[in-house]
Ligand binder design. Sequence first.
Ligand SMILES: [Zn+2]
Length: 226
Amino acid sequence: MTAADVRTERGTHREQREHVAALHSYLTRYQLVTWTSGNVSERVPGEDLFVIKGSGVEYDELTWEGITVCDLDGNAVDGVKRPSSDTDAHAYVYRNLPEVNGQVHTHSPYATAWAARAEEIPCVLTAMADEFGGPIPVGPFALIGDDSIGRGIVETLSVSRSPAVLMRNHGVFTIGPSAKAAVKAAVMTEDVARTVHFSRQLGEPLLIDQDDVDKLYARYQNVYGQ
Ligand SMILES: [Zn+2]
């Protein structure tokens, strides 16, 4: 344990911390993360709290104890690890988007390659219309350490149906009604980023008409939505 680790361990919210720790296995399974980067968080139902991966915790040794409980200002209230360095961004999103109960952040390679060029991923696949309801948008350049990443996520996703945003020069942030839904959005973001990239190598992918995007999105959200 380093001096930077917090020492407020009380072992609360253990079941939810186990659940969120387990969800991180999707990030490694789908190769969305390298070393200790990336994180999953989830709002604690009925309390002004959320749980998030601890900073610098390696995926192979991630158990419930590697998940820290934070208040909505991003302060650790229970856990043995300092919360992820992305905690301020997650906290800002939970404070400003009450319908969001889960978030994921990754630097997954294909999607982050689009983010590095600040180019949105155009809606050229029916699976994109289903899941994202249109293109996956780009958010502003923002430095870590204050609310600017969180503000960029909220501003970009407030005017988009997409549950994912490519933060410029940084990576992927996704939101959802649960942590699992945000994980799915992160997995699908990388999947479509890769496929549209491949398509680009062959020529210009064809946009789906807005009318058809709307129909696909409405149908999918009705059948599979919450
Ligand atoms: Zn990051």
